[in-house]
Design a protein around this ligand. Structure first.
Ligand code: DER
Length: 236
């Protein structure tokens, strides 16, 4: 499909430009675009990948690294990462992004922050002027289960997200549970709150019980978007 082709195009372009032979510690994100990142890195060959370690951002990411026969590294051993590549749910013109559609944004943010270079790869749907344009389900927020009702109440009545909801699982009874054993709340905000996402991110982060917020504000060095017409849009 056009969307898959555009994910592949973004991923291949980003890897070709940012995963250099001297890069040894590589962070791998989560979602359906990063498999193309790993595919392209594998294509760099055994020689290039000898001595490299790949740090996962969760169970899916770990499985992807292992199934691609790349060396798995642990973030504990490698607090500094040469380059982390990850997907996003939306990216605005200042490279603020919404992440957490796959409920993996806590470990993703750890590896994004630990990286000397953080690169986003996405299909054209994610390339927006304002966050909340296409990805309308809301800002993903990882919360400890004990506090989720309180956080929901604060979002509804204080932070201006009356439609915030606990993310329910589809193939499991009850809520989605993250790799860290926590819940996810999806909190939609009106556009004016998304003009400078840093403000709302900080306000959400301060709510007791919030573990991490799926807003990555100006962390990425560049974002690559595959377009329907086979071109790539790069923003930095
Ligand atoms: O959940 C996440 O943060 C993922 O990276 C997600 O934002 C991107 O998923 P996709 O590449 O499948 O669209």
């Amino acid at each position: 499909s056009n969307i898959e082709a555009s994910k592949k195009l973004a991923a291949y372009t980003a890897v070709d430009r940012h995963v250099k032979p001297e890069h040894r510690i590589i962070g791998i994100g989560s979602g359906s675009t990063v498999p193309y990142v790993v595919e392209r890195i594998v294509q760099q060959g055994e020689e290039a990948n000898k001595g490299r370690v790949f740090i996962p951002t969760g169970f899916q990411s770990k499985e992807l690294i292992v199934s691609s026969k790349l060396a798995l590294g642990d973030v504990d051993e490698y607090p500094t990462i040469d380059v982390t590549l990850d997907g996003a749910d939306e990216v605005d013109y200042q490279l603020n992004c919404v992440k957490g559609g796959g409920a993996c944004h806590l470990r993703e943010k750890v590896l994004a922050e630990a990286a000397n270079t953080f690169i986003l790869v996405a299909d054209y749907r994610k390339n927006v002027q304002y966050l909340g344009t296409n990805f309308v389900q809301g800002v993903p927020i990882e919360v400890v289960p004990f506090a989720y009702a309180k956080v929901l109440q604060n979002l509804h009545h204080i932070l201006g997200s009356p439609n915030a909801v606990l993310r329910m699982a589809v193939k499991k009874a009850g809520p989605v549970v993250t790799d860290n054993g926590n819940f996810i709340i999806d909190a939609p905000f009106p556009r004016e709150k998304m003009l400078d996402p840093y403000i709302i991110m900080a306000q959400i982060k301060m709510l007791t019980g919030v573990v991490e917020v799926g807003l990555f504000c100006r962390m990425a060095k560049a974002a690559y978007f595959g377009n329907e017409d086979g071109t790539v849009t790069v923003r930095w």
